[in-house]
Design a protein around this ligand. Structure first.
Ligand SMILES: Cc1cc2nc3c(=O)[nH]c(=O)nc-3n(C[C@H](O)[C@H](O)[C@H](O)COP(=O)(O)OP(=O)(O)OC[C@H]3O[C@@H](n4cnc5c(N)ncnc54)[C@H](O)[C@@H]3O)c2cc1C
Length: 391
């Protein structure tokens, strides 16, 4: 039997950050994962994740990403590893068209509103200014843009690995290749049955990503819906034109419909490729049986619908493609809270396709919630009860 004050189920983006912060607080903590993170079977792989400080998803998110940037820099200093690339972030939309994204209407103007309210450095650009600054983009001349110099991307696998290494160095226990099967109250503690040694802990943090709903059941299972996504890498003729800085990380809404949308990244040095993706919300999946292979027709459609003509010099033949899992709530907001029906369990399912950038601060806030009873940052917007049938 493994004993700890706090057990963290799942060591991806949220679990690794939580375990690291618990270890920093000197708490006896164990992290358990069915695989060996960082791995490519959940939601946190594929080399890069966009980070932007002015998040159009809502004012309540800005403090999380602002704090995360501080924590990534702190972790970089501790580990001597590059985690956050502040190469700039650009959002483009057709001028005067109020395209929605991540469950929010008029995403571009919402983003500008968050930047203004939180004093985040930014510029608004017209198409000529975007074209002059970033010649890699093929524009129609009808675009308008938001540019954030401190945005860019993080390296998800490196962030997870660094936090797990630091957590272990600070005394946390990491158990990989072990699946938690059930959890239940056992006297004054929680007992986790696993496919190896059981775990007894005073509190449990469920950070199981696409598997979280299944583990908790009930309303959580109805609300947290896994959806398969695909990442595509296309070769570019001129890698220098897509180097970080010459090219920002970006979100590009090129029409009025939610599907007129894709996002992408600069070329990682020496790769000769750029990574791009769109999003799908039409079909759900089971994370245990999802088809992880990518049909080449899917990459061909990505190129035809989004990339062609917009990324100058991108080649149609994909060089690589990978599937990945979003865990999506009905309004694309997060769920992070102590469960009403079991006060010893904290659920952290902050995904809906935009969670990584916030994960360092979410880990810190969850550790504070578990240890001190209250986080410094306000998590009250992210309640499961928001989705209760009566709400
Ligand atoms: C394609 C794609 C692109 C994205 N782009 C962005 C972006 O640009 N910017 C951004 O901010 N966010 C982005 N996101 C979202 C972000 O990556 C997620 O919010 C984040 O990775 C979710 O982390 P997680 O810890 O909840 O899940 P995961 O990282 O998947 O971790 C869950 C862990 O739980 C483990 N686990 C599950 N069940 C059990 C069990 N029973 N027992 C033990 N272990 C278990 C799994 O093995 C896994 O390691 C993207 C996501 C995807 C999929």
């Amino acid at each position: 039997m493994i004993r700890a004050d706090i057990a963290v189920i799942g060591l991806g983006a949220m679990g690794a950050a939580t375990l690291y912060q618990l270890a920093r607080m000197g708490v006896s903590a164990v992290g358990i994962d069915r695989y060996a993170p960082p791995h490519s079977l959940g939601s946190s792989h594929g080399e890069t994740r966009i980070t932007r400080l002015a998040v159009g998803e809502g004012q309540e998110y800005a403090p999380l990403v602002i704090r995360s940037h501080q924590l990534w820099r702190q972790l970089e200093a501790e580990t001597d590893e590059a985690l956050l690339e502040a190469c700039g972030f650009l959002m483009m939309a057709p001028r005067g068209v109020h395209t929605g994204h991540h469950g929010k209407t008029d995403f571009l103007n919402k983003t500008i509103g968050v930047a203004q309210r939180h004093g985040i450095a930014h510029e608004t650009l017209d198409a000529a200014q975007i074209a002059a600054r970033f010649p890699c983009f093929g524009l129609t001349g009808e675009e308008e843009g938001y540019f954030e110099p401190d945005g860019g991307f993080v390296y998800p696998e490196r962030c997870i690995a660094a936090q797990l290494r630091r957590a272990q160095a600070l005394g946390a226990r990491v158990v990989t290749g072990t699946r938690v099967l059930t959890m239940r109250r056992d006297g004054g503690a929680m007992l986790l049955e696993t496919d190896a040694e059981p775990v007894l802990a005073d509190q449990v943090v469920v950070a199981a990503g696409a598997w979280a709903g299944g583990l908790i059941g009930g309303l959580a299972q109805q609300v947290l819906v896994p959806r398969r996504q695909v990442l595509h890498w296309f070769a570019v003729e001129d890698e220098a034109a897509y180097a970080p800085g010459a090219c920002p990380s970006y979100i590009w809404m090129h029409g009025a419909r939610p599907e007129d949308y894709f996002y992408g990244f600069p070329s990682l040095p020496g790769s000769g490729t750029v990574k791009v993706a769109s999003e799908q919300y039409a079909s759900a999946c089971d994370p245990d049986t999802v088809d992880r292979a990518v049909d080449p027709a899917n990459s061909a459609a990505m190129f035809a619908e989004h990339v062609r003509g917009r990324l100058t010099g991108a080649r149609a033949q994909p060089s690589r493609a990978e599937s990945c899992l979003y865990t999506v709530t009905p309004d694309s907001n997060f769920v992070i809270e102590r469960l009403a029906e079991e006060e010893r369990v904290i659920l952290a399912s902050p995904c809906s396709g935009h969670g990584f950038k916030h994960s360092a601060a979410i880990g810190e806030a969850i550790a504070q919630l578990a240890v001190r009873g209250k986080p410094e940052l306000d998590l009250s917007a992210f309640r499961l009860a928001n989705y209760a049938p009566a709400a």
